[in-house]
Write a protein that binds this ligand. Sequence first.
Ligand SMILES: [Zn+2]
Length: 408
Amino acid sequence: MTPGETAIARCDLFRHPPYSEEASALTRRFLTSAHKAALETLAGWMQAANMAVRLDAAGTLIGRYEGTGPRTLLIGSHIDSVRDAGAYDGALGVMLGLGVVEELARQGKRLPFAIEILAFGDEEGSRFHASMTGSRFISGTLKDDPTSLTDEDGVTMEEALRGFGLHPTGLRTAPHREDVFLYLEPHIEQGPVLEAENLPVGIVTGIAAQTRLAVTLSGMANHAGTTPMHLRKDALAAAAEAVLLLERIAAQAGIVGTVGAISARPGMGNVIPGECVFAVDLRAPSAEARDAAERAFRTGLAEICARRGIGQETTTVQQLAPCLCDGAAQTLLAEAIAAQGQRSFRLASGAGHDAMSMAALCPVAMLFIRCRAGISHNPAEHVEAADVDVAARVMLAFVEKLAGTAEL
Ligand SMILES: [Zn+2]
């Protein structure tokens, strides 16, 4: 089998029990028996490739392949999934990292730095509604103690950690990692850009800055038959204008803006909506572009509401800084891609990844792999073995180029 076929076969093996909580779908949530089974099998593969394996306090499996010098390159992604997931989101990055070390071990080759392969257990946040627990722990950015969070069955993270053989107090002390010089995350693109460009892989320039807003519009509920149009205060009609305003602002700025959830009250066919609540998601490569769009939206929304006699309250639910990928690593990735006879292409990531939190620890780099129709978080998620082969060769070339750079 080629390296790409091996990585895909491993992801496909992990589709089913005991690596999935469900027989008919792939669901592998943090600290479940499916997560444990996946780590046991991964640990076996890591050991077979001459790696020393350990589990950290946040349930991240770490396989270490020693080098000849003191510094460490991290390669990783997440091994947990959403419910009814695809097989490659997260897992493929772990398998590709493992494949790089397997090839080095097969050649009996040691580099001037150690390589650690990380399999994060909680990127998706599909069990406890706290995401990126593993990468936030390693990078020292796990600010609030998550151990009292409960899953839908009332099990606390503390109980789940204990069931995994971990001690919850371990999460209080972040590891000191001064040896780490770079984190590389290979990941499926989860978007349609590489497919449109007809390219197997792409270099990620950064992860988008994101703002989420909650908007509540207050009008007046009234009889749909007796209230003339000019005497209405229709909160949903105002929201409709606001949705189109956001779409226009984002398109003009070349960024993305979405209203993905909206509800109207009282929600009856013969009553004018008196209240409307909707969620705004704005993402842009830079905080400046995102903030300018947010300002334009807030100004336009105020104008819509004033004109319609509607009250409004807009609150910021979440604001994430953009994460920029390391420039030197992008250049090395471009060389590694060109060496495989491929066109090097750069793109921004609209989705969040562990690399965002790892950026607090060290420079980060990401390599995207084309996925069919850009579909992810869906059993239909698909990657081509030929594309994964390119990614595997690029990663190996990248690691060897890193070994040849003077700074190390
Ligand atoms: Zn992912």
